[in-house]
Design a protein. Sequence first.
Lengths: 162, 182
Amino acid sequence: MLRVNHCMVARSVSVLAVVVLLAGCVTAWQDSGSFYRSAQTALAVESTPVGARVFLSNRYLGDTPLSTALDCEQEMRKKTRKVSYWDTQPGLSLFLSLTSLGLYVPFSLIPVDTETSQEPSGAFKNNEFTLRVEADGHQVWSTTVVCGPQPAVSLRAVLEKL
Amino acid sequence: MLGPFGEAPMRRTAGTLWVTVLLGLVLSGCGAVSHEAALLGNYVPESGSRIEVGTITNATGQVPKVDDEVVNIEQLLSDALAQKLRGEDLLWAGDPSRKLVLITKIVEYEPGDAFKRWLLPGWGSTVVSVECELRAANQLVGTVRARRTVSFGGVYTIGAWRTIFASVADDVVSELQSKIRK
């Protein structure tokens, strides 16, 4: 009984060692281009006096206080690397190793499967907007709003009397 | 030698089970599936909203080829999405107030090779990954991301370069269905 347990432990340790060893079979990350994904920034505008007209890139949005969402495009960089099947499908690799009575194990060392990763490059496009706030009898207040890096922007326009 | 609980028949049954599972995997093929959807802000789609298949762009940076012929992956995905949406009664049919537009980018596509997959699992994987935007009145209201791979299998994975679009469309539509009340 004790011998059977030892055998099982030894086998489990061997399988675990093989899995750990094989999981290390990867190539270096390679750049594989980029694409743009839509990003949003929430914009809230308040003003003094209240009820001023808000224009975003010359398009009337409404009267203050208002909130809206700005859309822009965020660059995502893609990276790929070759990995062994143990990295992408460990369960299936183990299953194949067992069912092939270990024959699959040396072949599974070869990094043939592809792993992909995406991360923001920090670059944005179409992300600058001119915001203009107008009220009768007051000077026009304007600023540039940048969409993207921050999830929300709050602005308070204080309009000076003419 | 037969044990007290009939070990020989049990072993035979277990063996048959292993072979059946292995054969099933080899014949049917398998791979990884991942998909997620999110509605932005507090957006709740209007009851009875329907979806129009909008622009589909190839953002892989490659012109995919199968047997030296260029594959129109945008058209394949567009057809698959329209078919799945129609099947789920989610395809937009003309009421402008209930229209959501699904704009899709194919960000990853590998046609793969069934023979390579048969030789060595993971080699010659067929991969497709899409990023979708759901827009209402041109405002971004939601996103759906889905990725499918066929990385293991044999005979029945021939043609996965085409059928994988139906699978990924199924994933996208099931995510949309869970977000849109009928």
